[in-house]
Design a protein around this ligand. Sequence first.
Ligand code: SF4
Length: 219
Amino acid sequence: MKKNIITILERFKSHNPNPQIELYFTNHFTLLVAIILSARMTDKGVNKVTTILFNKIHTPQDILDMGIDGLSYQLKTIGLYKTKAKHIMELSRILVQNYGGQTPLNYAELIHLPGVGNKSANVFLNVTCNADTMPVDTHVFRVSHRLNLSNGKTPDAVAKDLRKIIPKKYFPMAPHWFVLHGRYICKSRKPLCDKCFLTDLCPYYQKTILPQMKEKQSF
Ligand code: SF4
């Protein structure tokens, strides 16, 4: 199936030429905050909070001025909000003290900030700089397996496989295409294959879904 990668990517492109992250943000700093908040949360759940929060805060200094109690209160509907609030406070302090309030745009510095892991840093750089990163979340992982683009057992292994087969010019869009496809079409429990434009290229559909459909029809 790896030989079909260009066809797959071009299909995504024809359906959504300009895919965007669905997290709400207003600048680089609020994007990083939104990405930290999105760990184990839906974008929808995060956006409910950040559409209000980002009216009040725009900079790391705004977070410091708000204080940990104020921030925790704002985040109370977010999973693990106490830990995330602590990380965002500490991150804001570091950005003010060491970066003049700016958010760094390189992996080496981002990865050392509290609450920022490998995936978060890659998502951030992919959105802000069109960097040739390949962040792999649960949706990218699942879609890659179903399309037989990777058999990797971990997100890092899948990212490595994808980076080998996806031409660089698609890197800024590919993670968004895979995330959106996994979120709305190739869902975890019941993929909406009848709405999918990749059935002819999908081994999972051919080997698993199609036989199930035929079996149902024969009853
Ligand atoms: S055909 Fe079905 S399983 Fe394959 S990518 Fe599309 S939605 Fe997912």
